[in-house]
Design a protein around this ligand. Structure first.
Ligand code: CA
Length: 350
């Protein structure tokens, strides 16, 4: 008896010393279905049918290992695990790699649970849930395990809808974590889904947009750490960035086929194009000035260069804070753009 108590104590101590211990992995050794059939040349093999739940993590460059399962040119990738019995589920993990060779991190991994593989309940987006604890690096090759223990659901079947960013999707192991038995008596949380494909069509645009915006916020935040900004400039910017991060909306697109860019997106794109036109004009003016050219067209172009940006931004009440949700008068911006193009035409080589 004493020996049993000692063993139990040692087990608890060992678990504690290893830090964050995962609960039992319900997926280990279980069967699953893959849609479509994996087809990435360097890792596809007959073992793909069992490798995602064999408890083995690949070693070495991720997508050239036979133990990895990979797809090229498909979206979504649907992985449906059969846990054989209704199980209490506290979380899951999905191990993947990206960062080079055109392989990007997934935009979303929607997790659905079901008892009958017909009526599903949305448990969440593993990419978003996992981001609370850690994110993959913004650049460079890395292996990353998307992981959450924030679920409180149950089901026999677990479906992952992986939305790749770009062409590729790779995974070598999926774990599903057992939750407390009491979960089984509770109603399954999350919205009900019977048509998984239709659900995917409606939500993937939203997932892609949110990931893009979150990634941009993270990139700006990272740049601000090293930018030579005074405290008086940096602090309001940081506050504004935090507000933007909190405001990133989740929008279900009713008819994905009618999805078009919003006015804000168009305005941002036009702003970038205006910047490019101004650079073209600046380069042309400087080249002609260096050649010693003197004429009225060049003088007008120089004046336009010096005043264009201020004329366009004069309509903003505060140039430090661009309130992008408020409507703006685009008349001046449109007129200045035409003037720049006319000026470029006048200064074009004969
Ligand atoms: Ca494996």
């Amino acid at each position: 008896m004493k020996r049993h108590i000692l063993l139990a104590t040692l087990t608890v101590l060992a678990a504690t010393s290893r830090g964050q211990e995962s609960p039992a992995n319900l997926a280990l050794g279980k069967t699953y279905q893959l849609e479509p059939t994996p087809d990435y040349a360097h890792c596809t093999d007959a073992g793909d049918r069992a490798q995602l739940t064999d408890g083995q993590y690949t070693q070495g460059y991720f997508w050239t290992q036979k133990g990895t399962v990979g797809w090229a040119g498909h979206s979504p990738i649907i992985i449906t695990l059969d846990l054989q019995n209704a199980q209490p589920i506290a979380g899951l993990s999905y191990n993947t790699a990206a960062g080079v060779a055109g392989v990007n991190w997934p935009a979303a991994i929607f997790v659905l649970v079901s008892d009958n593989a017909e009526v599903w309940h949305l448990a969440g987006d593993l990419v978003a849930l996992s981001a609370k604890a850690s994110r993959p690096p913004e650049s460079g090759y890395a292996v990353h395990r998307y992981r959450t223990l924030d679920l409180a659901t149950h089901g026999r079947f677990l479906k992952l809808l992986v939305v790749p960013t770009g062409a590729y999707a790779f995974v070598d192991e999926i774990e599903v974590y057992r939750g407390p038995e009491t979960l089984l008596a509770r109603p399954v949380p999350g919205r009900e889904i019977t048509d998984v494909r239709a659900f995917f069509a409606r939500t993937r645009i939203d997932a892609s947009l949110r990931r893009r915006l979150e990634s941009d916020v993270a990139a700006v935040s990272e740049s601000m750490k090293t930018a030579p900004l005074s405290e008086t400039v940096a602090r309001p910017l940081a506050t504004q960035l935090e507000a933007i991060a909190r405001e990133i909306p989740s929008v279900e697109v009713a008819s994905p086929e009618n999805f078009t860019p919003g006015k804000h997106m168009e305005a941002i794109r036009e702003g970038i194009e205006d910047f490019e036109y101004l650079r073209m004009l600046r380069d042309r003016v400087e080249a002609l000035e260096t050649q010693g050219v003197r004429n009225s067209a060049l003088a007008s172009a120089r004046k336009l260069l010096d005043t264009a940006a201020d004329r366009v931004t004069a309509c903003m009440t505060s140039s430090a804070l661009i309130h992008w949700k408020e409507p703006k008068d685009r008349t001046v911006a449109d007129r200045v753009r035409v003037e720049i193009l006319e000026s470029l035409t006048q200064l074009a080589e004969p």
